[in-house]
Unconditional design. Structure first.
Length: 257
């Protein structure tokens, strides 16, 4: 898909994994906040709905298909967004995968695939976007971690990748702060999404039952929706959050151990 936008005076953001779910909600929210948005996902055609929703609301967006774990594809994605919308100074690394597998059944290839998307991808995108932020003397990086970062009994690969992303975030905050760049992580709890629906299917459980079970354990008495995460991202990339860096914001309906 090609965007109708060619230039824009709005600041430019890149959101990965933005074809649906949390990524789409974040992209839409940032567009409402006045940013032009590069909508990046594995299949460019899948980004059409997000781009169209942004443009219907009067915003600017462009779709880019890229495997964020592939170095050339990640670099090319940033270059394409830059050419269409301008140099990106906001990056939301949201793309992630989390299939369930017991440790004894987890293959090396599966481990590498999960860490490739969830940890290598954010590194590659951040490295490609970083020079634009440094040149501007301003930038916002938001990495999508998870409450699984504190431990996930069903997915050691996923939990490890999300814990690594927190360490990556804190290191970025220390290194890039002098350039006016902040880096923070959001750690969602149970959010209604394709990923949680897939988890229910793999467990052979009806999704509504799965959701109700999660709801009973959440202090605020409900599960999350993608917009909950989008509001948090909106704050962290905004001008008011300039003194917030290297932090993990748990958006989980209650404390996380």
């Amino acid at each position: 898909m090609t965007s109708t936008a060619t230039t824009t005076a709005a600041p430019t953001a890149i959101v990965t994994g933005a074809a649906r779910g949390i990524g789409a909600a974040v992209a839409l929210r940032l567009a409402r906040d006045g940013l032009a948005v590069g909508v990046v996902d594995l299949d460019e055609a899948d980004c059409a709905a997000t781009v169209e929703a942004i443009e219907r609301a009067g915003g600017s967006a462009t779709a880019v298909g890229a495997d964020v774990a592939d170095e050339d594809a990640a670099t090319a994605a940033v270059a394409r967004v830059t050419a269409v919308l301008g140099p990106p100074t906001v990056l939301v690394n949201n793309a992630g995968i989390g299939p369930r597998a017991e440790l004894v059944d987890l293959t090396t290839e599966q481990w590498d695939t999960v860490l490739g998307t969830n940890l290598r991808g954010p590194f590659l995108l951040t490295r490609a976007v970083g020079p634009h932020m440094i040149a501007a003397g301003w930038g916002r990086i938001v990495n999508m971690s998870s409450i699984s970062a504190v431990g996930d009994k069903a997915r050691v690969d996923y939990g490890s990748s999300k814990a690594g992303l927190i360490g990556f975030t804190k290191s970025l905050a220390l290194q890039l702060g002098r350039h006016g760049v902040t880096a923070n992580a959001i750690a969602p709890g149970f959010v209604v999404s394709d990923m949680t629906r897939a988890s229910a299917r793999r467990l052979g459980v009806d999704f509504e039952e799965f959701r109700r079970d999660a709801e009973r354990s959440i202090p605020v008495g409900r599960v999350g929706v993608p917009e909950d995460i989008a509001y948090a991202a909106s704050f962290l990339v905004g001008p008011e959050a300039g003194f917030v860096s290297g932090q993990v914001l748990y958006v989980a309906g209650g404390p996380v151990d």
